[in-house]
Design a protein around this ligand. Structure first.
Ligand code: ZN
Length: 311
């Protein structure tokens, strides 16, 4: 079984390695307040035992899990939601209105992903998705908020990576849980505490204009830290937002100009290697490609779908 790896990052927030595919790829967050718990993103079915172990370690009873909050319904964020809800009898699921039906009846989500990965690979990475009783599902529109043990969590609609994506503002920590909307920054590529941040466009909802608007919306919230699912917290958001905006625009340009998927993929790969090496990162080109290989594939696919849609 995977090992529990987590870090307490202040204000009752812990970042947990979901152990999805490899360590350091995806995380989820526990917010602890008055001996109660809320989870933001839960990884896959295979992450849930780690989250239960963490609750035990922190002496939080499973009855005191009040909320399970996937930022969107991609499986590295929401794949374990049904299982977590089964374990936590008093929890309410909070989800974007466009994602709710997939949590209540995950059969289409599972069939879709199985078709992409193949049945065996799907089971290996995600296990069977578990349906959640409609009564336990709350849909969060833009501006929705909850009072979690006296701590306000506010939801903003943030499309661009996915149409079913929201971010969650936590005033207590002056932080915002951004799922994939404020980009991805892997620990392996962080040099002198400077994260290497980029937009993980993925099939099928990539939309550059929406994404730029969502980045503006995140910045308008005025938080001084962002909790990325991939991976952990980042501070000093202004320069990161600028880089992220530039890369959303650049990737869209790559996609429009590229003759085919293979060419696009090589271009993105070359771009990443060049940009990472500029930061002084000591990894070889091959190692950089390894860290980013899943993203290079998904970004290429996401951009191709978008280009075909807009053509
Ligand atoms: Zn995603």
């Amino acid at each position: 079984m995977a090992q529990l790896i987590f870090e307490d990052i202040g204000h009752g927030v812990s970042c947990i390695d979901s152990q999805y595919i490899r360590s350091g790829l995806a995380s989820c967050y526990l917010i602890e307040q008055n001996d109660h718990a809320a989870f933001i993103d839960v990884g896959t079915n295979y992450t849930v035992p780690l989250l239960l172990e963490l609750l035990e370690e922190k002496n939080i009873s499973i009855e005191n899990v009040d909320y399970v909050i996937p930022t969107h319904v991609h499986l590295d964020h929401a794949g374990g939601a049904g299982s977590m809800m089964q374990h936590a009898p008093n929890a309410q699921l909070i989800i974007h209105p466009r994602g709710a039906r997939h949590m209540i009846n995950p059969s289409r989500l599972q069939a879709g992903a199985s078709a992409v990965y193949g049945e065996d690979e799907f089971k290996k990475h995600y296990g069977d998705l578990i349906a959640i009783d409609e009564q336990r599902v709350t849909q969060a529109d833009d501006g929705f908020s909850i009072n979690f043990q006296g701590r306000e969590l506010k939801f903003i609609d943030t499309p661009g990576h996915a149409k079913h994506h929201f971010c969650i503002i936590d005033e207590d920590s002056n932080g915002i849980f951004t799922g994939d909307t404020f980009g991805v920054a892997y620990p392996e590529l962080t040099v002198n505490e400077q994260p290497f941040i980029f937009p993980p466009s993925s099939p099928v909802d990539f939309n550059p204009q929406d994404w730029l608007n969502s980045i503006d919306k995140i910045m308008a919230a005025g938080c001084n830290r962002a909790y990325l699912t991939h991976f952990n917290k980042v501070d000093n958001l202004q320069p990161l937002a600028k880089t992220l905006r530039e890369r959303v625009i650049l990737f869209a340009k790559f996609a429009v100009q590229s003759p085919n998927a293979q060419e696009l993929k090589s271009q993105i790969q070359r771009y990443f290697i060049e940009e990472v090496l500029k930061t002084g990162c000591q990894l070889s080109a091959e190692e950089i490609t390894d860290v980013l290989s899943l993203d290079i594939d998904l970004i290429t696919q996401g951009l191709m779908v978008w280009v075909e849609k807009t053509a």
